[in-house]
Design a protein around this ligand. Structure first.
Ligand SMILES: [Zn+2]
Length: 247
């Protein structure tokens, strides 16, 4: 039986038992395994990892663990990681796009409300989620650790909170999304793009009090739903304020 010595840094400690968080520990193994498989067997899904360092040298996910290796695992949000090392995956370029697991419907609506291209259906299966995320370069968001361990997933994140309002704050911070927030760009229901529409053109579709109090309207190009700056806008502004407050 061989052993390797591990230390995890930053947010990846979330996935470890309490006794292994932020401390050196030894892991026994008796088979040849890639560092990716070994780290995932310890609990940490690979998309949460920013950098792997073995005996002081950055390595890729394919590195085969050797007896007595000293292994450091850094989280994507960990500033101690060596920024000069080759990245484990291609970087996200510009404004990220997302695909969300079936249990994150409210979070999907919030992301769309803030203008992020967000795929969501309540009947996606795991294979389809991983494949679409891979093929379209989307960030896969889920609370299913097993799904994040799938090899096809490149960019992915385990959403820690269970409350949708706190989840959107968590996402805005994790991916530094605030500069990309564009209200009233996307439909909360279907992810379609919105366009401004003249009040005269849709006035027969408005509730009487809405027609009386609002002048600016948007229409979804995909599902034809009408939006105005009422409750939606106020709720979004509250969320943005919440994020600004905690930064
Ligand atoms: Zn729509």
């Amino acid at each position: 039986m061989a052993c390797a010595h591990f230390r995890f840094y930053g947010a990846v400690n979330y996935f470890l038992p309490a006794a292994r968080r932020n401390v050196d520990f030894t892991h026994l193994f008796d088979w040849r395994a890639s560092i990716k498989d070994m780290v995932e067997s310890l609990g940490v899904p690979h998309p949460e990892i920013e950098q792997l360092v073995v005996n002081g040298v950055p390595v890729s996910f394919a590195y085969l663990v050797q007896p007595d290796d000293k292994i450091e695992v850094y989280a994507c949000t960990e500033t101690e990681a060596n920024v000069d090392a080759p990245p484990l995956r291609p970087p996200l370029d510009g404004k990220p796009t997302f695909i969300l697991d079936t249990h994150l419907g409210r979070l999907a609506a919030y992301l769309r409300m803030m203008g992020f291209d967000t795929l969501y259906r309540n009947d996606y299966d795991d294979e389809e989620l991983a494949r679409v995320a891979h093929n379209e370069g989307r960030v896969l968001l889920t609370r299913d650790i097993g799904l994040l361990k799938r090899g096809l997933v490149i960019h992915g994140y385990f959403v820690r909170d269970t409350n949708p309002r706190r989840q959107i704050v968590e996402l805005l911070r994790r991916y530094e999304l605030l500069p990309f927030v564009v209200p009233f760009e996307r439909c909360m229901t279907c992810n379609g793009l919105l366009e401004t529409v003249a009040k005269d053109a849709i006035i027969d579709r408005l509730p009487a009090h809405t027609a009386q109090y609002y002048e600016v309207f948007h229409r979804c190009r995909s599902c034809d739903q009408i939006f105005w700056r009422g409750a939606h806008h106020q709720r979004m502004q509250e969320l943005i304020n919440e994020v600004m407050d905690i930064k």
